[in-house]
Design a protein around this ligand. Structure first.
Ligand SMILES: [Zn+2]
Ligand SMILES: [Zn+2]
Length: 347
């Protein structure tokens, strides 16, 4: 079942390290349970930048491959037996879906599913959503939301999941280290929860956005001399959220929290890296270390609700819009640390 569709589409194809090309590909066909999404808006993401720099992703992307995983669009075709959606529906999908039957899924830790199924290919005019993602993690977009706003559910769901593992309460003092999209979303949700937030990171536009999102204190870790000593002198934080992906920042986060406090080591660091922890600090100061990976279907739904309620305003994070043809140039800029927090790509 499908409306009139082209035979080909334009897509961004990753050929290797920093080698991204705009190409014409055959239109993918949705199989049983799958659906073909006409991409109306895709968002750039730090994960995609990592993949662009490395030229591959260990378990998701082997070049040449389409990539991108934050998008929203309209249903353009349905595979055999696909239910729950109709042609023309405005939908957004999370980038993965859990199996529902492994030990982790049964334990309520679907984010750790042994068989998480991912899709990639958001930077294209069309993308096929796998049957399991259609069934478990594809949602209708509320009419008040634009496609680019809805497309932010995936990273926001990760942040929702992260906060579930730490329970920040009103009145608590919280430090956020790292002000990429993830750190900034933490700032927004923590302010919504009524916390007092100290945000530390780099680059003027991101520091300004942290302030705009309500951060009570903003620390420039690139240009403020002696910021480490200044922050460590206070030691009053109940919770520290680390969102940089750097082992040094993990170590600093453990130093920064107060006695009896909690540290959420949220970000993934490069493989093979490690951090030494002062055992006395951990024990006698009773520090709780926690971490969080990915998201569950519940967190995905909560993320969409938070966007719909205006608690997180995607427009605050989306710095501009480009046509798909300009994506390779945009990734080169992002690699040189010049990009916006997030950019909307219109295929
Ligand atoms: Zn992402
Ligand atoms: Zn599972």
């Amino acid at each position: 079942m499908s409306a009139k569709l082209p035979n080909e589409m334009t897509a961004a194809v990753l050929h290797g390290k920093e080698d991204l090309r705009i190409e014409r590909l055959a239109l993918p066909q949705p199989g049983p349970g799958e659906l073909l999404l006409k991409v109306e808006a895709a968002l750039t993401c730090g994960t995609d930048l990592k993949v662009f720099r490395r030229g591959y992703h260990a378990n998701m992307i082997k070049p040449p491959a389409v990539f991108g995983h934050e998008c929203a669009g309209t249903v353009a075709a349905l595979g055999e037996g696909t239910t729950g959606f109709a042609l023309g529906d405005r939908v957004v999908a999370a980038n993965s879906a859990p199996c529902g039957s492994c030990a982790f899924c049964k334990r309520g830790q679907a984010n750790l599913c042994e068989d998480l199924l991912f899709y990639n290919g958001a930077y294209a005019q069309y993308v096929v959503l796998p049957a399991r993602i259609v069934a478990k993690n594809t949602l209708r977009i509320p009419s008040a939301l634009a496609f680019d706003e809805a497309a932010m559910i995936e990273p926001l769901a990760c942040v929702v999941q992260g906060l579930r593992s730490t329970s920040a309460a009103a009145g608590q003092a919280v430090g956020v280290l790292g002000l990429g999209p993830i750190g900034l979303m933490f700032v927004a949700l923590l302010k919504h929860a009524g916390a007092h937030v100290a945000a530390a990171g780099r680059r003027a536009p991101r520091l300004a956005l942290a302030k705009q999102l309500g951060a009570d204190e903003v620390v420039d870790t690139e240009n403020e001399h002696g910021w480490r000593e200044r922050l460590l002198a206070g030691k009053h934080l109940d919770l520290v959220v680390e969102a940089t992906g750097q082992p040094e920042a993990w170590a600093f986060s453990i130093d920064w929290v107060r006695r009896g406090g909690t540290v959420n080591l949220f970000s993934g660091c490069p493989k093979g890296t490690s951090v030494a922890v002062d055992t006395n600090r951990l024990h006698y100061d009773q520090i709780t270390l926690t971490s969080s990976f990915h998201h569950t279907p519940e967190a995905v739904r909560e993320a969409l609700a938070l966007i719909e309620k205006g608690v997180v305003k995607p427009k605050d994070f989306i710095g501009g819009e480009i046509p798909l043809a300009q994506l390779p140039e945009l990734f080169r800029k992002m690699a040189a640390a010049q990009g916006a927090v997030k950019t909307c790509v219109r295929p």
